[in-house]
Design a protein around this ligand. Sequence first.
Ligand SMILES: Nc1ncnc2c1ncn2[C@@H]1O[C@H](COP(=O)(O)OP(=O)(O)O)[C@@H](O)[C@H]1O
Ligand SMILES: [Mg+2]
Length: 410
Amino acid sequence: MSSVLEEVSQVYNKAALSLNHIKKQNLLPDGKKIDSLQLPIGKVTEIVERTRQSVLNAEKNNIIKPRSINSATNRREGFTLEQVHALQAHFNTQPWRETNDDPIIIAVQNFKGGVGKSTQACSLAHYLATKGYRTLLVDQDSQGSTTATFGYLPDNDFEQDQTLFPFFYGSFNNEKPCQCINHAIRKTHWDSLDLIPANLLFYESEYVLASYLKDNSIEPLTLLHEGLQGVAKNYDVIILDAPPALGFISLNVLAAANAFIIPTPPALYDYMSTFQFLTMLFKLFKSGIIDNNRPFHFLKILPTRVESNDVETTLLEIMRQAYGEHLMKNVIPNSRYIKEASNLMTTIYEMASIPTPSSDNGKKSRPISSMTGYKNARKAMDAVNSEIESLILATRTSRIKKLIQEVSYE
Ligand SMILES: Nc1ncnc2c1ncn2[C@@H]1O[C@H](COP(=O)(O)OP(=O)(O)O)[C@@H](O)[C@H]1O
Ligand SMILES: [Mg+2]
């Protein structure tokens, strides 16, 4: 009979070997993702809020680097995100908040795994950053699937010190607790989008935070809130991808957010666990364990992985009646393309432009087997993200004041 240690170490070694093999086959990202989006001019005019002619004139006048020419078709390629954002800067149409507007800190949270939290957090981040919002995506799940979306193997590519662990531990700069989370913020290949990565080693933050319970000088639930306040001035939106469990990291996410998106598939089991999550939320805020007097903007239940079968349609209808305006109007369908995108460690927004595996030297875009199915999934994702964008814009007091002024001058 072999020992459990022997058995586990054998399987562990096999897993490590297979990971290397998968990496060699180019099935995993290599940490070198580049801005590969090619936005068509129709989409660009929408984002920069100018006519096609104005965009083309700006390109002709070298406001942006001219697009490259596709040698096969002899036509201009699409616009990169950097070009789109340069155009926004030129036309002064960046959707940046005024300094007196709150940066929105959205927790995508539910205590259940597999409900689409990371998928939603990454898609929303890609959507908002494309539109030019200065966005920070904070991975707080030690499984690191959000981190992997940016081309990393979280456990290979990051040391513990590159996550928020040193911040929670308080040893960074030898302060306790440390006020600064700057060390963990990194630029991504997606212009206007920064990332704080997580990996398995980040999980030790749980124990560190628990140990602060004995130390009366440190409040273990509001550290993330304090850290984010230090960098929030640089962003319009901060998105927190929460872990799927109730623990100190989750509680920090709850206490740091000023808006919640709660993904919930309309399936009985998920529905029940969302109810447990809301019960917990209610108790935590009611008891004042998490400060209930802070500015708060919105809480929405987001139906995810929605199938069109009878049981789910009935449950969705029950959800609509029960939650009313707290349920998002748009829903995320269960889609093989959304699933495939996360299998490829990307989102539906990037999926069409990432190269196929090694066979073609990474030059050709991935063929999408059913353009209609892909477009439908993307349209649904756009509708949800645009609804969230409207919620964000509605929180801007400066914008509301401006609208009131405009109306009263008419
Ligand atoms: N709308 C969807 N349609 C199909 N599969 C989905 C959808 N959303 C998520 N998934 C899949 O479900 C799994 C879990 O999603 P994920 O976003 O990681 O959930 P969580 O972060 O809540 O654990 C992933 O494999 C993902 O591809
Ligand atoms: Mg997740």
